[in-house]
Every structure is written in C-alpha cells, then in structure tokens.
Design a protein around this ligand. Structure first.
Ligand SMILES: [Zn+2]
Length: 192
C-alpha cells in the first residue's frame, strides 16, 4: 500500500508523495508561490499566526485556494497555548472553513487543548468537506469522539497506539509534519 505524507512542512518533499503546508511568507506574498510540477500543497492561516496581519493573510489565502495544486485548506484551527485569543481564533477558523466549503477543499486541523470548541464548531457549522485533525496524539476516548463527529485523524511519529488501532483505515492518515523524520519511519512506528 502506498501512503501519502498527509502533512509536511518540508518544501522539498518529492512531488506526488506529500501534501506540503505552505509557509507564512507565501501567504503574505502569494505571487512568490512557485509550485513544483506534480506537487500538492495546502494553504491556511495557522493558529500561531493569528496575532499577525490576518487581513493580508486572507487576501493571500483567497488567491492560493484557487490554485489547482492547492488540495487542502490548512493547517488552521485552534491553539489555546499560542496565537490570538481563542475567540478570535474561532472567528478566523470559521472564515477559513467557509472558504474551504466554497472551494470544495478538505480542511487540515491543528488543535491544541481546544477539542471541546472544535467539536462544537463542527456540529454548528456542519462543514461540506472533511476535517482531518493532524498530528493527533490524543487517547482513544477523544479519537472516538472526533471520529463519531465525522472527522478523520492523521498520525505522526508520536501517537497513541490504541487511537490508531480504532481509526478505520480509510479515515486514517500518516504525516511527518516538521519532525524531519521520513514517512517510512512514521509508518514503521505505526507498525505498518
Ligand atoms: Zn504542521
């Protein structure tokens, strides 16, 4: 079975093997986006960037989400430990979910200590496209809640083995994120 690296910040990942999350500089200056042939990207306003020039980020993002090689919106979401207030983060996230729905793009979620809010938002917004929680390290109880709500999960090198086990194969992804390890190592750690 062939796996795609579901979420990485490695801009030189071989084309076709990964979904590369675009850095802040490209969001702020989308004209500098130089996609590699055959590569796939995601673009989104990271919760950590929400205390920056968000208006300008949205201008960049609305151009990037129309690019045919941008296949997902993200990472975006909620982080209780960094970025703007959770209230503002929710508003910025909600706007991105609307963009994702309008462009029929799935959403890659970054969520730190805000899963209650995330579940509430999912229930209220009833998004038209799938949300995948990336870098999921939570236990099986939280995994089950997210899966039941309709969200998919993406696992990195460090993850809860039981959460991985209970996630149906077609709703389970693997990623290297910013770890620097190879996807093969992640898959090995997952017992694949
Ligand atoms: Zn990431």
């Amino acid at each position: 079975m062939l796996f795609t690296d579901f979420h990485t910040h490695n801009m030189s990942a071989p084309a076709g093997s990964a979904i590369v999350s675009l850095p802040l500089e490209i969001l702020l200056s989308p004209e500098t986006f130089e996609p590699s042939d055959g590569a796939s990207y995601s673009a989104g306003i990271h919760p950590w960037w929400t205390d920056g020039d968000v208006d300008r980020m949205f201008v960049g993002l609305s151009a990037l989400v129309r690019h045919p090689q941008v296949v997902a919106l993200g990472e975006c979401g909620l982080d209780r430990l960094r970025g703007a207030s959770l209230e503002l983060q929710c508003a910025i996230f909600e706007r991105q979910v609307e963009m994702a729905s309008a462009q029929s793009l799935p959403v890659t979620i970054h969520c730190v200590r805000a899963f209650g809010e995330l579940l509430r938002l999912h229930k209220r917004l009833k998004p038209a496209t799938v949300w995948t929680v990336h870098g999921f390290r939570g236990g099986p109880q939280l995994a089950r809640q997210l899966l039941t709500a309709g969200m998919d999960l993406s696992f990195g090198l460090h993850h809860n083995a039981e959460s991985l086990r209970i996630t149906p194969e077609h709703r389970r992804h693997f990623e290297t994120d910013d770890s620097g390890v190879s996807l093969a190592e992640v898959l090995r750690a997952a017992g694949l």
